[in-house]
Design a protein around this ligand. Sequence first.
Ligand code: ADP
Ligand code: ADP
Length: 222
Amino acid sequence: MIQLSNIEKVYRTKTIETTALNHINLNINKGEFVAIMGPSGCGKSTLLNIMGLLDTPTAGSIAIANQPVTSLSRKRLATFRNLKLGFIFQSYHLINDLSVIDNVELPLLYRKGISGTERRKRALVALEKVGLSARTKHYPNQLSGGQRQRVAIARAIIGDPEILLADEPTGNLDSAMGEEVMNLMLHLNKIDGTTIVMVTHDEQMAKKTQRIIHFFDGQQVS
Ligand code: ADP
Ligand code: ADP
């Protein structure tokens, strides 16, 4: 589902050169739930951003769902990303002056041919999946952290992505709320077959996935 071949990422400023990823070869299969662990600064976010087509590698190639993406134009890349990928962030990235349901609808605004009625309908289905049907008119700051993350998950899955990329999705949550969010992701993986890649510092969360990939200094170490 995700194939990274010889991926290198070097950040260059006038004075410093940082190799964030050092020749990564990694295959993630369809339906897998993978955790990526490693100390701060080892390249986890860079890796996730490259898998998510939010950032481009300095060298190497990427295929997502059997589509080589390295040479796609920016516009095609944006469309492809919107169709195939869902994103979840540690700090939720909800828009505070939009209601829950309007936040969830956002990814569909960028798709052609979906009516407002259809968007609403699909947002309600997504909110039902995350157990928040009763909070559609609330605003993000009226919700707990766990509920906010569930809204963010509803937004991530409204377009039926094949892949979910999650950057420390439980990092800001206490253990009960973290557990709730983790169980939801496990459910999406099992029931919908969504491929999930999750960066985490939390060993307990990582253990619930199918595979843990350990990073150190821009390299996969196990
Ligand atoms: P992690 O997510 O594991 O904490 P990152 O992928 O954020 O690691 O960072 C990997 C390395 O790349 C670090 O040394 C970091 O300082 C560097 N880095 C990340 N983003 C940038 C950037 N935009 N410009 C320069 N260096 C960066
Ligand atoms: P933080 O822990 O600093 O809040 P997040 O987990 O929220 O970080 O975000 C992880 C990475 O994703 C950051 O490097 C950020 O620049 C990037 N990012 C955050 N929001 C978006 C977005 N809406 N679209 C694309 N990239 C984003």
